[in-house]
Design a protein around this ligand. Structure first.
Ligand code: IMP
Length: 208
């Protein structure tokens, strides 16, 4: 029987990547399997703070609502840090172009980022994706285990490719000439911030 992992997200792109990276020993569910779960306000100023908040609020909600599920909650909080913008968009990655603190479209976020970087030469467009995962055991309201992953690269001068999600069409991983939007998902899943964090998580789970 695969171990159940409830991903504290509705983002099916993220969930698909996580299921692929965890493999068939794990069965991923998402918040679409629990449509009445409360929305968590991601107001912490660090990725780790938001990841822990998402994980623990779901542990609590499952428990108080007597939901029949065993296994783990996995909360991924991730985003892009651009050096020339002093780490922006950072924890605001999903709502960078928003005026009202609500998540907005990838196209709007990408377009804002390109505008902000206009005129900045390629050598100063360095950036990284960062992923922090909080892993909590369902039924146990204890401090989650934290896993960190980063992927270094740079921001292109135009959006390229349709693969992936979010800032993928703008992000060229280090030592490559193409964006994650152009590269195959197999390549992203070898290099990405999420792959790195999940690799550590899988290793931890085999020992716990
Ligand atoms: P979160 O769901 O609050 O963690 O927001 C993550 C946001 O960061 C997403 O909406 C994307 O804009 C961006 N992001 C995180 N990981 C990736 C990735 O792997 N590729 C592209 N964008 C990403």
């Amino acid at each position: 029987m695969p171990t159940q992992v409830l991903i504290a997200s509705n983002n099916h792109h993220k969930a698909d990547e996580i299921q692929t990276l965890l493999g068939s020993d794990y069965q991923c569910l998402t918040l679409s399997n629990f449509p009445d779960a409360p929305l968590v306000i991601e107001d912490a100023n660090t990725f780790a703070g938001n990841a822990v908040k998402k994980a623990l609020s779901l542990v609590n909600w499952l428990k108080t609502n007597n939901k029949e599920i065993e296994g783990w909650i996995l909360a991924d909080d991730s985003g892009l840090e651009v050096d020339a913008l002093e780490g922006e968009p950072g924890v605001y990655s999903a709502r960078y172009a928003s005026n009202n603190d609500q998540n907005c479209s990838d196209a709007a976020n990408n377009s804002k980022l390109l505008d902000k970087l206009e005129g900045i030469e390629p050598s100063r467009r360095t950036a990284r994706f960062r992923c922090v995962i909080a892993l909590a055991k369902i039924g146990e309201y204890a401090q989650p285990q934290i896993f960190n992953g980063i992927c270094e690269g740079q921001i292109s001068e135009a959006a390229n490719g349709v693969n992936g999600f979010g800032y993928d069409p703008l992000f060229i991983p280090k030592n490559f000439n193409n964006s994650f939007g152009e590269l195959d998902s197999e390549i992203k899943n070898l290099l990405s911030h999420r792959a790195s964090a999940l690799h550590q998580l899988k290793e931890w789970l085999t020992k716990n």
